[in-house]
Design a protein around this ligand. Structure first.
Ligand code: UGA
Length: 433
């Protein structure tokens, strides 16, 4: 079976489905990507890429002969050997994942007994695979194997991560399906781990929750550094050099955002709660993360003796640099808190889409840093964009009413910023006297 090309149907043309589909095509497979949004499919058919992901556009163009986009589920399933479910699973009010889009795909597969495997890549609660298995059995798919193949790619580097993963996790009870999926990934540079479905589902939630834990732990140590005069930069550098701990995900700041860590840590906590078990450590991780943007606003408020009537420049809006994604961005909480305290918010971001909901409706978006900073009473860096690292800070200081800068991502160097004339605050580093 090795090195053969397969027909793959990918359901969901979001971050996960588009990247997986493009990469499978790059590996030589024929891929049909199906989505329910007409605008998205039309855009893809006309060669446009609806999301920002480095290298994705080129990859889609390069493999256009092996890629099709459709709204029609039957068309996608008809020629497929392998179905990949990559639809989103947003959180519900109870914190559980909303699986309705997954069920819609499973329903669309009814009677497609020619399939060699149905694989879920979407992040789901542990136990979902078993429920899907039962639903497939009643949909006439009892002879079609089921597999879980969670995704570990990070936004902004998803193509690179997909082609060079730390590991590929395949959970299935069926040996032929396992072999087929391993074959599908032939050419991807990374080890493959085979396991049962529930364990594969658990790996995904565990990895994200542990990374989130590392961030919140670092943020708590940063708070202690502030209280004791230690410097988080030294502490994390030296701590991370212990190979058992590793240097990654130890940047103190405004906390984690995005579509994954907040959702997955809450989902894992809900999974525990629903099993009658209070996951206390994870509850603390979530609480610390909720606190980080609020602490930033409080510290700025203290420095400015109140925020009422002040104009604050919010620098960076997306949840991290290199993406246009605003989901669960700490900047939204900051903008909202600033406004609740009576401040006027001006914001700047090189990539965020036009935002008109929540606090953004009354925030003034500026095109340039000088426009954002002119006559501002204070500023907060919420996203570590490279443009901010390279900005002309001494000139920007002269434009502000009061040069108070809260660097929520520890992007800049305290003594340099002091030389530029700032009252410079950051996370877990001594404040310049
Ligand atoms: C994350 C994981 O890194 C991926 O492995 C996973 O596949 C993905 O979620 C997912 O579940 O789909 P992503 O959300 O794209 O990827 O972003 P990250 O680069 O991991 O950053 C998440 C957040 O943590 C960002 O807001 C970032 O600013 C914050 N962060 C990260 C910190 O505050 N400190 C750090 O040291 C690292």
């Amino acid at each position: 079976m090795h090195n053969s090309n397969h027909n793959v149907a990918v359901f969901g043309a979001g971050y996960i489905g588009l990247v997986a589909g493009a990469c499978f095509a790059e590996l030589g497979h024929r891929v049909t990507i199906r989505d329910i949004q007409p605008a998205r499919i039309q855009a893809l058919q006309s060669g446009a890429v609806p999301i920002y992901e480095p290298g994705l556009g080129e990859m889609l163009t390069r493999n256009s002969k092996r890629l099709r986009f459709t709204l029609d589920a039957d068309e996608a399933v008809r020629d497929a050997e392998i179905v990949y479910v990559c639809v989103d699973t947003p959180p519900t009010a109870s914190g559980d994942a909303d699986l309705s889009r997954i069920w819609a795909v499973i329903n669309a597969l009814k009677g497609a007994s020619h399939l060699a495997v149905v694989t879920v890549k979407s992040t789901v609660p542990v136990g979902t695979g078993a429920r899907i298995r039962a639903a497939m059995d009643t949909a006439g798919l009892e002879h079609v194997p089921y597999a879980s193949n969670p995704e570990f790619t990070a936004e902004g580097r998803a193509v690179e991560d997909f082609m060079h993963p730390d590991r590929i996790v395949i959970g299935t009870e069926d040996d032929t399906a396992a072999e087929l999926l391993a074959d599908l990934h032939d050419g991807v540079k990374g080890p493959t781990l085979l396991m049962d479905v529930a364990s594969a589902e658990m790996v995904k939630l565990t990895a994200n929750a542990l990374l989130a834990t590392k961030i919140s732990f670092t943020n708590e140590i940063a708070t202690l550094c502030e209280a004791t005069g230690a410097d988080i930069a030294h502490v994390t550098k030296a701590t991370g050099m212990d190979h058992r701990l590793g240097p990654h995900f130890m940047n103190a700041g405004l906390g984690y955002g995005g579509s994954c860590f907040p959702k997955d840590s809450r989902a894992l906590r809900a999974l525990a709660s629903n099993s009658g078990y209070a996951f206390q450590l994870l509850t603390a991780v979530i609480e610390v993360n909720d606190l980080q943007p609020r602490r930033a606003v409080q510290r700025l408020k203290n420095e400015l003796n109140g925020l009422k009537g002040r104009t604050i420049a919010l620098l960076g809006m997306t949840f991290k640099p290199g993406t246009d994604d605003m989901r669960e961005a700490p900047s939204t909480v900051i903008a909202s808190r600033l406004q609740a305290e009576g401040a006027h918010v001006r914001c700047w971001d090189p990539m965020a889409p036009a935002c008109n909901d929540g606090p953004w409706a009354s925030a003034h978006r500026c095109a340039t840093l000088p426009q954002t900073m002119t006559a501002a009473d204070g500023a907060i860096i919420a996203t570590e964009w490279p443009q901010l690292r390279q900005a002309n800070w001494s000139r920007l200081a002269t434009m502000m009413n009061t040069p108070v800068l809260f660097d929520g991502r520890n992007l800049l160097t305290p003594h340099v910023m002091k030389q530029h004339g700032y009252i410079y605050l950051s996370v877990g580093r001594p404040t310049t006297p």
